[in-house]
Design a protein around this ligand. Sequence first.
Ligand SMILES: CC(=O)CC(=O)O
Length: 660
Amino acid sequence: MQQHDILWTPPPALREHSQLARYLAWLEARGLGTFADYQALHRWSITELEPFWQSVWDFCGLRCVVPAERVLGRREMPGAEWFPGMRLNFAANLLRHGEGEGASREAVVCHRETGPEARYSYGQLRRDVGALEAFFRRQGIGCGDRVAGVVTNGYEALVAMLAATSMGAVWSSASPDFGAGAILDRFGQIAPSALVLVNGYGYGGKRFDRRGEFAAMVSALPGLRCVVSIRQLPELGHIEAEGVTGWDQALAQGEGNAPSFTPLPADHPVYILYSSGTTGKPKCIVHGAAGILVNHAKELILHGDLACGDRFMYFTTCGWMMWNWQASALLAGATVITVDGSPGHPDLHRLWELAVQERVTHLGTSARFLAGCRKEGLAPGQRFGLERLRLLFSTGSPLLPEDYDWVYRALPGQLLLGSIAGGTDICGCFVGACPLLPVRRGEIQCRLLGVDAVAMDEQGAVTDGRGELVCRQPLPSMPVAFWQDDDGQRYRAAYFETFAGVWAHGDFVAFTESGGAVIYGRSDATLNPGGVRIGTAEIYRQVELEPMVRDCLVVGRQVDGDVELVLLVVPADAGGLDEARRQALCRRIRTGASPRHVPRHIVAVPDIPYTRSGKKVELAVARLLNGAARADNHDALANPRALEQIRDCLAQAGLLPAAG
Ligand SMILES: CC(=O)CC(=O)O
C-alpha cells in the first residue's frame, strides 16, 4: 500500500443524504451558491466568511435572543469580533432538542468503572441543570463567576457545565487523576467561586480515594463560596471540608427550577481550557459562547454528519478539550455516551464492546489507542459486527498510515475514518473529516470549512511542501482572551509572533494535492540536523512499526552549532536494544524516511513521558538533553517519573552536558 491510496469512498447514501449534502442543497435553494464539489464549497467558505458562518448558524438552527448586527465586526487577528450585538445562551442551544416531545429522548448514557450504567433523558437533564443552577445561585454564584470541576467523564460533569453556562458562569474542568498541584496550577489562576468534586475515581480496575488531597485543595482556593461533592466511589463518604454539599442534596435544594438560559453577548466566556503546562504554568485559554457553538455545530453536524437520533461516544477525560467537543454533540440532539476509567480495562475490547452495546454511530478515540489495537492484533469488526458505526474519529497525535490500514482491515468497511487535528487553543479543528471526500491512507481528509489554513515556510511564504500550520483568517472559536492578560500580550505571543497577522498553530504540516493534510508533529519540536527540518512524527512513523519497540521519542541534541538526533526507545520485550536491533531500527528509518532521519544515538529507556491528554512530551526531554537543570513542571505530566528515568539513562549514555 502506498501513502495516499484511497481506502474509502463516500457511498451514494452519504453523497445524497448526509448533512453536508443537505447543506449544499440548502445553500443552492437560498441562492447562496451552487458548488460543484467540496473544494469549491471550501473556497467560498473562506472568501465569503460572513455569509458562510451565518449560513452555518441558520442551517444548524442555532438560537439567539437578539440577532447579531453583522457576522464579523473587526476582522483583524488577534481581536476579530464575531457576531457583535448578538445575545444568546450557550446551554439553551445545547438543550434545545429537549423541548416538547424531545424531552423523552435519551440524552446521556454513562458507563463507569465504579458503578452500574445510568441513563438520562433530555427532560431529566434539563430538570437537573435547572436545579443545580438554582442551587448555585442560592450560594451567591452568578454570571461571570468561574465554576470549576474535578470530575470524571459522566453525567454530573455535563449537568454542572450546563448549569454554569445557563447563568453565564464560566466552566473549567480537570480530571481527578491530576495531582493536586496540577489542579491548583490551573484553578489557582482563575479563582473559582464554585467547585464540583468527585471523592475519587476508578481506573484500570483500581479505586483511588482522593478525599484527603481534595479537601486540602479546597482550603487552597480562598475564593470558593460553595463545593459540591459527588460520591463517585459510592462506598466512601463525601469530601470533608468546609461548605461541602453532596450532589443529591444540592439538586434537591434547587428542585423545580428551570434553567434561566440568561442571554449574553456572543463573546461571553463559556470555557476556560489550559495549555499542557509542561514548561511552566498552563496558560488559561478563554473561549466565547457563540464562537464555540457555531464552530462545533459546523464540525459535528456538517463534517461529522451528526444528527438527532445518532449516538456519540468520545473516549476522553474532563481534562482534555475533546470533552468539550463531546458535550456539543447535544447540539445535534444526539445521545452522548460517556465512558470513564481506562480504555484498556479489562482489555482493549472495552470500547468496541460498549460501542456495540450502545449502538454507537460515532466513536472517537486517540491515534495511540488505535495503534495499541493494531499492535495487539484486534479485529473488533469480526468479533462484534459494529455495523452501526458510521464515523470513527481519531486525534491526539498523527495517525500512522498502518493504522489507517488496520481500521479498514479490522473494522467494517462502511465507516468513515475521520482523523482530526486542531487543539485546545481553538477547542476544535483546522483539518478533519468530510463525508463527501475519499479517505486516503495516512492523510487527514481536508481543511475544514471556513478554515483558511496553509503551510508557511520560515520566511512566511506559502509552501506546497512542509511548513508551519497557519490560519490566515479569523475563526469564531479562536480564544476571546487569555485569563488575566489584560493587554493581550500573552495571547499575541502564543499565536501571532511567528508571522504577523496570521495565527501560527505550532504544528508542522503539509497539504497534499488533493487538499488533504499530513501532520509531522509539533513545530517547536521539529529537528534540524544539518539544516533540514524534520517532523518528529516522520520518525515515529517508522520506529513504531518495529515489533521490538513499545514506545519511542526523538529529540535534537545541540552539538557544535548543529543538531544530532537522539532516539529514546522503550523495548517491547526483555531483549533490550542490542546492536542488531539498533541496526534494524536505523535501516527501517533510512529506507522508510531518509538517511537524514537516522538518529546519531539510540538509548533504551523504561518509559516515555506523556502529558495528561496523552501527548509525548518532547520539549521537556529536549531541554533536559540540552542542559536545563530540571524540567519546569512535573505536575503537568501523566507519568513524571519517566523524565527522571530518562535523565539517568542519558547520563549513563554520556549524553548529558557536564554540570556547571
Ligand atoms: C482536535 C485535537 O487536535 C485534539 C488534540 O490532539 O489535542
